[in-house]
Design a protein around this ligand. Structure first.
Ligand code: NCD
Length: 325
């Protein structure tokens, strides 16, 4: 049984197979209806709000012939509101579904669910912990936008439709790196690729130390906004990828709301910063955004966050085909 709880459980071969399948599904659906998930049932259990993650899993099942038990409008409409434990809810859904996608506010909740579940658990975000399927679609997008097709360099025999990243590709993470679980999973994944990782955040929202130390040991850098001398325009001028994130308001308790208000505008990608970035740079964001990327940037060809959204559906469809096969 293949759970998907953290990114480090997924090896490079598995990930490449998922990406190959995602590309095949994306091409094939234009010619005929997909049926790879027909007869399969997925339960989507969301204890936290979601638009993209829940909808992309539901769309992936629908477009490949499967169906979904959707507990995505809020667990207040399920027996969770009567006090049912996570474990009992998981065991119950495991009687109906072939896999369960879980989003929950507590770090480690996906592992707790996996310990009792009769079917595979897919972690769709466990608090400020991890969000491994988002990291997959983020890497998929970075590869397609910035990578070199292996076939082009004579290495397509293994994975004919795969891409490689150049070793000195520079990826800059900007925003709330402390609470952004998508950042945690993607940094972990990119550390395998030997790209150069740069971290820029408010000093109060740094990447957790266990990841930051690996980034620095691999030749990356860490800088903080809000200090005289740090210019975002200069920092982003030469980078190949900007991975922007929002300050995660829901992770600040009510006592710390004034801290949130002081931080929410700390990292904004203004049009003048974007104008100075390389023409080949790509701007990614897991979304939702609040105010960190003004809408006028959406029409810039370097902004690929809505492409990322669609990639998410194909990557999740392919992942489901692997997990449910
Ligand atoms: C992210 C999440 O929920 O962690 N969204 C997503 O899944 N695409 C990012 C966020 O909420 O800021």
């Amino acid at each position: 049984m293949q759970h998907v709880l953290t990114i480090d459980q997924l090896n490079d071969d598995f990930i490449q197979e998922v990406f190959q399948k995602a590309r095949t599904c994306r091409d094939a659906h234009k010619r005929y209806p997909l049926t790879g998930l027909s007869g399969r049932v997925l339960a989507c259990l969301f204890y936290e709000p979601s638009t993209r993650t829940s909808s992309s899993f539901i769309a992936a099942m629908a477009r490949a012939g499967g169906s979904v038990i959707p507990i995505t409008q809020g667990v207040q409409f399920s027996s969770v509101s009567k006090g049912e434990s996570l474990e009992d809810t998981i065991v119950t859904l495991g009687q109906y579904a072939d896999a369960i996608v879980l989003r929950h506010p507590d770090v480690g909740s996906a592992a707790r669910a996996a310990a009792v579940s009769p079917v595979p658990i897919i972690n769709a975000g466990d608090g400020v912990g991890e969000h491994p399927t988002q990291a997959l679609l983020d890497l998929f997008t970075i590869e397609e936008e910035c990578g070199i097709p292996l076939a082009q360099v004579g290495l397509g025999f293994l994975y004919p439709r795969a891409y490689a990243l150049k070793e000195d590709l520079s990826v800059t993470f900007l925003g709330d790196l402390k609470n952004g679980r998508t950042v945690h999973s993607l940094v972990e994944l990119l550390l395998r690729k030997k790209v150069r990782i740069h971290l820029i955040s408010p000093i109060l929202l740094p990447l957790p130390a266990y990841l930051r130390d690996q980034v620095l040991a691999n030749g990356g850098t860490e800088k903080f906004v809000g200090y005289t001398g740090l210019s975002l325009k200069d920092e982003l001028r030469d980078t190949d990828v900007v991975y922007m994130t929002r300050v995660q308001k829901e992770r600040f308790s009510s006592t710390f709301m004034s801290e949130y208000r002081g931080l929410k505008d700390a990292c904004i990608l203004t049009p003048s910063i974007v104008a100075a970035m390389k023409p080949t740079c790509r701007i990614l964001h897991p979304l939702p955004r609040v105010n960190e990327i003004p809408r006028e940037i959406d029409s810039d060809p370097r902004a690929v966050y809505f492409k990322q959204v669609q990639n998410g559906m194909w990557v999740r469809m392919a992942l489901l085909m692997k997990v449910l096969q």
